[in-house]
Design a binder for this molecule. Structure first.
Ligand code: TXA
Ligand code: MG
Length: 322
């Protein structure tokens, strides 16, 4: 469902932001997942500024956002049209990114020189109107410094990226973690990044799953360390916790019980709800980062369905502190 919060952003703001995009500027905007840092996907100089502002390595390609399914044909070669149409029908607009062979007109800087392009249609009226008014697909990574926490509020963007040309404040994002990324092959798919659209959801449309457990890096974004707060993160039961819990923050999936030994404890869900936990994950990590605690201990969540995407983000945040 499209985000009803659109009324929080007036049309003048969107049209001003669209003018910034058309002039080659960079705009932070809300999507249903996280805030994106967008530029005209067909303007290589504008896209270069995204990499500069984010301090993102040039090897990590961007997702191109479109507002109409027809726009896909401008960007990608569609080999298995029947399958792609089924995916679009079921999941767009929504948090699914599809990697397809790219059209030569897509600038190499967008795809980091790969022969494929990642495309999605966000389920957020502000994002969709911004794309429409700009009159061009918008290339956008998450609007954070490379490797750091993703933004689910406009204030998170301002904190990490003070030099963005324009920030559209659309309130808190409603999904909270980045889109599921897949690549197609034959009648099936490979999962490049888990998200709230789960493997089980995809299997309803795509009968074959390929090499899910393959270790080779298939997407430059499959880095082991990512999504990190500025302070260490330890996963309970997986990492050796170093430090005094009295200076630590605690992050739990479930309502809190007996966490008095920590300086600050937060719960991601009022009722063990993984979807609610995903919505609150990054904002809780931002809150802990800002609170002055020295490190964060997180309670692992069951790795089923959306839990797979949550644990993917947490393991990457904790990787360097194992
Ligand atoms: O929900 C989202 O996807 C958000 C919002 C703003 O749309 N965007 C986002 O972008 O998370 P970013 O740049 O933070 O993550 C994009 C991911 C990276 O892991 C990148 O490596 C992968 O998509 N990717 C992009 N193009 C690719 C390609 N051609 N082949 C394989 N992976 C690709
Ligand atoms: Mg990102």
């Amino acid at each position: 469902m499209a985000n009803p919060r659109k009324h929080m952003v007036n049309n003048q703001v969107i049209s001003n932001a669209a003018k910034v995009i058309q002039k080659g500027g960079v705009v932070a905007f809300p999507t249903e997942t996280v805030y994106g840092l967008g530029a005209d996907a067909f303007n290589p100089m504008a896209v270069a500024r995204i990499f500069e502002i984010k301090e993102r390595p040039a090897f990590d390609p961007l997702i191109v956002h479109i507002a109409e399914a027809d726009g896909l044909g401008l960007l990608a070669e569609i080999e298995n049209k029947e399958l792609v149409d089924k995916l679009i029908e079921k999941f767009w607009p929504g948090p699914l990114t599809i990697v397809l062979p790219k059209k030569s007109s897509v600038p190499d800087i967008v795809t980091s020189g790969l022969s494929t392009v990642a495309v999605r249609m966000p389920d957020h009226l502000v994002a969709l109107e911004l794309i429409r008014e700009s009159g061009t697909p918008i290339a956008a990574p998450s609007a954070n410094k490379f490797g750091m926490l993703s933004p689910t509020l406009a204030s998170h963007v301002g904190k990490q990226l003070p030099h963005v040309d324009f920030i559209i404040d659309g309130g808190k994002t409603t999904v909270g973690i980045e889109s599921t990324v897949i690549t197609l092959s034959g009648n099936g798919f490979k999962l490049l990044r888990p998200g709230v659209i789960t493997v089980a959801d995809l299997e309803e449309v795509l009968p074959e799953i390929h090499n899910m457990r393959e270790n080779r890096l298939q997407s430059p974004g499959q880095l082991k360390s990512h999504y990190s707060p500025r302070i260490p993160v330890y996963i309970q039961g997986e990492s050796a916790i170093k430090g005094d819990l009295g200076n630590a923050g605690y992050l739990a999936l479930s309502p809190l019980q007996n966490t008095g030994e920590y300086q600050l404890s937060l719960s991601l869900s009022t009722g063990n709800d993984l979807r609610e936990a995903a919505v609150n994950l990054f904002s809780a990590l931002h809150q802990l980062e800002e609170s002055g605690v020295k490190f964060i201990v997180v309670e692992p969540v069951p790795e089923t369905g959306i839990g797979m995407a949550i644990m993917d983000r947490l393991r990457k945040a904790a990787y360097q502190y194992k």
